[in-house]
Design a protein around this ligand. Sequence first.
Ligand SMILES: NC(=O)c1ccc[n+]([C@@H]2O[C@H](COP(=O)([O-])OP(=O)(O)OC[C@H]3O[C@@H](n4cnc5c(N)ncnc54)[C@H](OP(=O)(O)O)[C@@H]3O)[C@@H](O)[C@H]2O)c1
Length: 334
Amino acid sequence: MKAIQLTAPALTAFRQTELPEPKAGPGEVLLRLRAATLNYVDVAIATGSFPGAQFPMIPVADGAGEVAALGENVGGWAVGDRVVPHFMPNWQGGPITPHHVAALRGITLPGSLAEYVAVPAASLVALPAHLDFAQGAALPIAATTAWNAVRSAQVRPGSVVVLLGTGGVSIFALQFAKSSGATVIVASSSDEKLERARQLGADHLVNYRATPAWDEEVLNLTGGRGADLVVETVGDATFARALNAAAMGGTVFTVGFVSGTAAPIDLLPIIVKALRIIGNNTGSVADLAEAARAIAAHRIVPVIDRVFDIGETGAAYAELASGGRHFGKLAIAH
Ligand SMILES: NC(=O)c1ccc[n+]([C@@H]2O[C@H](COP(=O)([O-])OP(=O)(O)OC[C@H]3O[C@@H](n4cnc5c(N)ncnc54)[C@H](OP(=O)(O)O)[C@@H]3O)[C@@H](O)[C@H]2O)c1
């Protein structure tokens, strides 16, 4: 089968190659992959800043495709079904364990830049009918994480949600928060992206370049109350402001590290405001299934900024690594 391998932790180390087609073992399904989407973690793997990968490897955590063959003892799926394989195939549900994080597609397991992959049938979720493969490939990491954020803070009409930037997680969080009736404040470096966020329903827009104290702007916009949920997708550069922007009893849902992880923390706002600082590592298959159901119910269409051909994999990675040009997700079709 045709595949792309990453031969070393370098953004220039992609090669097109031919590999033996995998076979579906007992309990597994063979997928014909059709699309992948990039997450920041893929860039982190390809720049050597995230541990766990052994090279050469088939990269990209997230994908979508069709069932091509069933292994023994597989029920519930048929050849031709359109499906999304979860990034963490061992994690069916419940609290996360070391066993779950040991098996990661595109890191310790083959990823999505190959014609075929064998995955556990229990790690599959049906692709919502209104989505194409590139849109569906955005679900495992970005949509599941955004769904967990919105669910963790019990977002409902009247909730105020703050989103940092306009990347994959933030835009899914915008779509889920609006479909839950929340008021959404988006901070971005770009007025053009803020306008696109407004078209998706964002209520208040803050350019964090023009207004570096975006947290104070959140307090102004909410009459001093702050946000019920801040989805912290950036990291050390924004964490202190995220604490300041949160309302009393609010949630700072901590997922991102695009700016780094060594955040200086003043404990006082956490203590005084009784904040909930919730860490998150993507989510389980059950979380992905819930996110997919919400997407189907609300007819949410994932925002794919651009679809690259698989031969342009290096360019797709370079686009994500450049940070800040894309809005929503970047996809690779094959
Ligand atoms: N732990 C988990 O469960 C989990 C799951 C998914 C993702 N993540 C992490 O979450 C982060 C975001 O992921 P993603 O896929 O959404 O990334 P992405 O698509 O690359 O988006 C990153 C966005 O961050 C914004 N940004 C950068 N610096 C900023 C700043 N100082 N203030 C506000 N916004 C800033 C930029 O938005 P603008 O261009 O609009 O300014 C940029 O587009 C990554 O670190 C990723 O690894 C974690």
